[in-house]
Design a protein around this ligand. Structure first.
Ligand code: NAP
Length: 283
């Protein structure tokens, strides 16, 4: 597996497995299958409700902890943010059955972001998160956080796919030493991504699937990516993207698909509770 090096020297696989929208009772099997397929980066969140199942799969796999890279995320908290952040982190660790995570992300740029970040800095300094970062941050909020805190985010996990490519944001992040990580690499199939004529044409030229072309395109852009699937055949397909390459001309054809707009984010529902439900992380 190819790695990227984060701004604190931590190595992170460039391709991993995401478990959003996998029901808790299917998550242990899905993660077991993903680990068998070779995935070592696992991406969950307190808000997904499946940390315990993911932790069980890790334990049952027998894979040494140091070979895995586990990410979980802080859900936007009610009440005093600093204390709640540490309590939420402890709860996530307990659910995962781990003594540390490799990456702890603030899920959204909402609530008392500064207090939450300072608590995350403490968690990082204690070594209980090997790296800390953010998710769904636009550049202005990201730069503000970097300028006015001691630890800069190692990662910003944002919606990134052929229809919303985030290249300008990636440039800003690169200048600031923040690794871009894609969520929703297939746009969850929206815009008929899997049958899109441009993507299908490139896939045919290589004898590959559209999913593989999209993942290869992201990896070539040095974007960390965490596709989700509950199907073992697709897990194997999605990780098999390191033995072919896209030409500059093919990269340019995909670049032309960018609409510059989100397919998910609804400014009338900034905390995305319509997608994830009202989650409150407590013991
Ligand atoms: P996604 O990976 O873009 O799309 C997943 C969908 O694609 C599923 O319906 C899956 O179906 C299908 N699929 C997967 N591989 C396929 C293949 N090879 N051929 C055809 N269909 C395929 O969407 P996502 O789950 O939203 O994003 C990935 C991960 O990013 C999440 O799991 C989560 O870890 C993270 N995420 C983070 C945020 C955030 O706010 N930070 C938001 C969303 C997601 P099957 O499962 O039936 O195969």
């Amino acid at each position: 597996m190819h790695n990227v090096t984060l701004n604190n020297g931590v190595e992170m696989p460039i391709l991993g497995f995401g478990v959003y929208q996998i029901p808790p009772d299917q998550t242990e099997q899905a993660v077991t299958d993903a680990l068998a397929a070779g995935y070592r980066l696992l991406d969950t969140a307190a808000g997904y409700g499946n940390e315990e199942a993911l932790g069980r799969a890790i334990k049952a796999s027998g894979i040494p902890r140091e070979q895995l890279f586990v990410t979980t995320k802080l859900w936007v908290q009610d009440g005093p943010a600093g204390d709640n952040t540490k309590r939420a982190f402890d709860t996530s660790l307990r659910r995962l059955g781990l003594d540390h995570v490799d990456l702890y992300l603030m899920h959204q740029p909402y609530g008392d972001v500064y207090s939450q970040w300072r608590a995350m800095q403490d968690i990082y300094r204690e070594g209980r998160a090997k790296a800390i970062g953010v998710s769904n941050f636009y550049p202005d909020r990201l730069v503000d956080l970097i300028e006015h805190n001691e630890v800069a985010p190692a990662v910003n996990q944002i919606e990134t796919h052929p229809f919303f490519q985030r290249t300008a944001e990636q440039d800003i992040m690169r200048e600031r030493g923040v690794q871009i990580e894609s969520w929703g690499p297939f746009a969850e199939g929206r815009n008929n991504l899997f049958t899109h004529p441009v993507l299908s044409g490139i896939a045919e030229e290589h004898g590959r699937s559209v999913a593989q072309v999209v993942l290869r395109w992201l990896v070539q852009r040095e974007v960390v990516v965490i596709p989700k699937s509950v199907r073992a055949d697709r897990m194997a397909e999605n990780i098999a993207v390191f033995d072919f390459g896209l030409t500059d001309e093919e990269m340019a054809r995909i670049a032309a698909l960018d609409t510059g707009a989100s397919l998910f984010f609804d400014h009338r529902d900034p905390t995305m509770t319509s997608r994830l439900g009202k989650v409150r992380v407590t013991d």
